[in-house]
Design a protein around this ligand. Structure first.
Ligand code: URA
Length: 266
């Protein structure tokens, strides 16, 4: 079929519209609804155990993918091995949605603080490390000012960049959770900092809003009960880039964290 000039102009205009709306990758022929409402906690607990993939079908179904994630994660004896296990995991649909590589963690593998962000962005996807874009630079400056440089290990709730930087879905987070939990178990941090609503939702299994949660200590305890640590939700640094007046709240949270580390080590 020969396209007519007016068809081409219409197509270019549509593509420009999508680009301006933030669509930067095409990975499927049919649209996927990532905006469905999160189910209540009881349903969610079951879902987590049987996490199914809502995006296009992968080679593995949801149950098999979750079992494979657990198998790979539990086989890792050190954070370095866990990075390799994440890279080998093929069960997360985000892999096929334009991400160029897995993004695991950065920082001191003996750190006393585990920081859990949301998902890699474009810079992280390009460089293969979490929080290396503008939000990450702001995070580093704030950690430095709070005396926390060198005391943190940073990961995300998912290890591949979601297309168009959309929020990772609860299903994608549930599939990556075995790796997040293994990182927690291997590091055994003295405290955990949760960056943003999607991180708090995934780790604490709560639907409470981040504005209410932030600055309040919660406990993150793995199901087996062997590993637990106090977890402090705070606002995401990308939010601070848009709303700089909220920096004072994150600053207060970082000081709370630093002071707890000081006090607990006395
Ligand atoms: N935002 C995140 O939540 N994680 C990153 O790694 C980068 C930006």
């Amino acid at each position: 079929m020969n396209a007519q000039p007016h068809d081409i102009a219409a197509m270019e205009s549509l593509l420009a519209f999508w680009r301006d709306a933030g669509v930067d990758a095409c990975y499927g022929e049919a649209p996927v609804d990532h905006t469905h409402i999160a189910p209540p906690p009881a349903v969610k607990a079951v879902q987590r155990a049987t996490a199914s993939v809502v995006a296009r079908p992968t080679a593995m179904d949801g149950q098999a993918a979750l079992a494979e994630a657990r198998r790979l994660a539990n086989g890792a004896g050190a954070l370095q091995d866990l990075a390799a296990a994440v890279a080998a995991f093929e069960g997360c649909d985000l892999r096929g949605m334009g991400a160029t590589q897995s993004v695991f963690g950065r920082g001191d593998p003996t750190a006393s603080v585990l920081i859990v962000g949301e998902a890699p962005g474009a810079e992280e996807d390009r460089l293969g490390q979490p929080f290396v874009g503008r939000a990450g630079q702001l995070l580093d400056r704030m950690l430095d000012a709070a005396g926390l440089t060198g005391k943190v290990f940073i990961i995300n709730t998912v290890f591949w960049r979601p297309p168009g930087n959309r929020t990772a879905s609860p299903q994608e987070q549930a599939l990556c959770a075995p790796f997040v939990e293994r990182a927690f178990a291997l590091l055994k941090p003295r405290a955990v900092l949760l960056l943003g609503a999607a991180s708090a939702r995934s780790v604490l299994q709560t639907d409470e809003g981040i504005m209410k949660l932030r600055g309040q200590w919660r406990e993150w305890r793995l199901a087996e009960g062997a590993v637990a640590a106090p977890a402090l939700p705070t606002l995401h640094p990308a939010f601070l880039l848009r709303q700089p007046q909220a920096k004072r709240q994150v600053w207060a949270d970082l000081l709370t964290l630093a002071s707890r580390l000081e006090t607990d080590s006395v």
